[in-house]
Design a protein around this ligand. Structure first.
Ligand code: PLP
Length: 443
């Protein structure tokens, strides 16, 4: 919605009475396993705000978990998806194909790092893209093992639960999990025992040593890693760690998969976060920001790897749905025309400067980190690095009550993460930061 007033407006307590009524209906109709962070029921959204059933207007620092980077109902997404809705909604690309799918594949082949020949296959969700990247890597290498990392998150399907590090809430009571998954240490600078300086080198050496000894490099089909970890706590691996792993993969015939589902499509101020260290992944998984809120995901990669799976081996009824493809073309058009990479970098400058100012005032901010519009603060007990999940939950709750949507994350539940739409106005951005500062001050 581009005509929504870009303002925070609270006319009832949060959640308001109509939202509370809907929450009671939700509780009766939807299983409790499907949780809700902030039970305000949305009627309209756009730019940097969400409007709810009670007439409140909230500032959005979540983008539906890094999805609506171009804003909700962005003009080009609505225009293209509406035209597609009127033409046809589904044929199944595997039965009778259509041009939109091919256009999205061509766009991804061009936008992703590396000028080698590429192919792209489309799916519905991030988890499905990761599953397919593993299938493709196994078919290509004729190997089985998959290497992943501490604090990693890759989804909620059976294989991706196995790839995901954190037990609660993602895996607990849902096993058994898929076999041949091996977890290695991640170069987490803030929590590396010998300090951040040696983190990249030591973590890479440990990971490579463990892979070599415990799995055997010749058995590894794929190394799957997020260039900046999302759910794990917006952890930027220490510089040098990713290139070292990519080099190890190259030397040993292992497919290097960058999971850019949360980091991709301008979120970090570049089309893809792995560009920051000049990494050219063999395969790259994308979803979330790809289609302005419509469900779409992709695996893009080297033609010889992508073509290794036999004909009919990849696909799914809805993968690359024509309306979602039209949405993706609208989202990519918006990102290019409005230079959303530059917008993300500007958001990063503003947020990092203000949050670092807060870090000087509030001892519980252990670290401020992130790139572009993917920024977080890690909260600790004052004077230590002990994770402070209670303070994190309290700050999030206080922000919600003031009409600011923020999300938490992190292995220890002690990270507040900020993912505003890239089209948010600077006034709203600063107002949101004022609310965070006020909530920290009142703790
Ligand atoms: C890095 C990463 N991989 C995979 C996924 C799973 O995506 P989806 O929820 O669309 O299945 C997510 C979702 O948060 C993610 O952040």
């Amino acid at each position: 919605m581009t005509d929504l007033a870009q303002e925070r407006r609270l006319v009832t307590p949060i959640p308001g009475p109509k939202s509370q009524e809907l929450l009671a209906r939700k509780t009766a109709a939807v299983p409790s396993g499907v949780g809700v962070t902030l039970p305000v029921f949305v009627t309209r959204a756009g730019g940097g705000v969400l409007e709810d059933v009670d007439g409140n207007s909230l500032i959005d620092f979540g983008s539906g978990i890094a999805v609506t980077s171009v804003g909700n109902s962005a003009e080009a997404v609505v225009r293209r998806a509406s035209a597609q809705l009127a033409d046809f909604t589904h044929t199944c690309f595997m039965v009778t194909p259509y041009e939109g799918y091919v256009e999205v594949a061509e766009a991804l082949n061009e936008l992703t790092p590396g000028d080698h020949e590429k192919r792209t296959a489309l799916f519905n969700s991030g988890a499905e893209a990761v599953e397919n990247a593993v299938k493709i890597a196994r078919a290509y290498t004729k190997r089985q093992a998959v290497v992943v990392f501490d604090h990693g998150y890759h989804g909620r399907t059976n294989l991706t639960m196995a790839l995901t590090a954190k037990n609660m809430p993602y895996k607990h009571s849902f096993g058994p999990f898929a076999p041949e998954v091996y977890r290695m240490p991640l170069a987490y600078p803030y929590r590396w025992l010998t300090g951040p300086e040696n983190c990249a080198q030591e973590a890479a050496a440990q990971a490579i040593d463990m892979i070599t000894k415990q799995v055997g490099a010749e058995n590894v089909a794929a190394i799957v890693i997020e260039p900046i970890q999302g759910e794990g706590g917006f952890i930027e691996p220490a510089k040098g760690f990713l290139p070292k792993l990519a080099e190890f993969a190259r030397e040993n015939g292992i497919v290097f998969v960058a999971d850019e589902i949360q980091t991709g499509f301008c979120r970090t101020g570049q089309w893809f976060a792995c560009e920051d260290e000049g990494i050219v992944p063999d395969l790259i998984t994308t979803a979330k920001g790809i289609a302005g809120g419509l469900p779409l995901a992709a695996v893009t990669g080297r033609a010889e790897i992508m073509d290794a799976a036999h004909s009919g081996g990849l696909g799914g009824t809805y993968g690359g749905n024509p309306v979602a493809c039209a949405g993706a073309l609208g989202a990519i058009e918006t990102m290019k025309e409005q230079d959303l990479n530059a917008k993300a970098r500007r958001i990063g400058e503003i947020m990092l400067a203000r949050l670092r100012g807060m870090q000087e005032k509030f001892e519980i901010i252990g670290e401020v980190r992130g790139r572009g519009a993917m920024i977080a603060i890690e909260l600790v007990e004052a004077g230590s690095k002990t994770p402070n999940a209670a303070a994190t939950a309290a700050v999030a709750k206080a922000c919600h009550a003031e009409g600011l949507v923020v999300l938490t994350c992190g292995t220890y539940g002690n990270v507040l993460r900020f993912l505003p739409p890239l089209v948010i106005g600077e006034d709203l951005l600063n107002e949101g930061l004022d609310i965070i500062e006020g909530a920290l001050a009142r703790l």
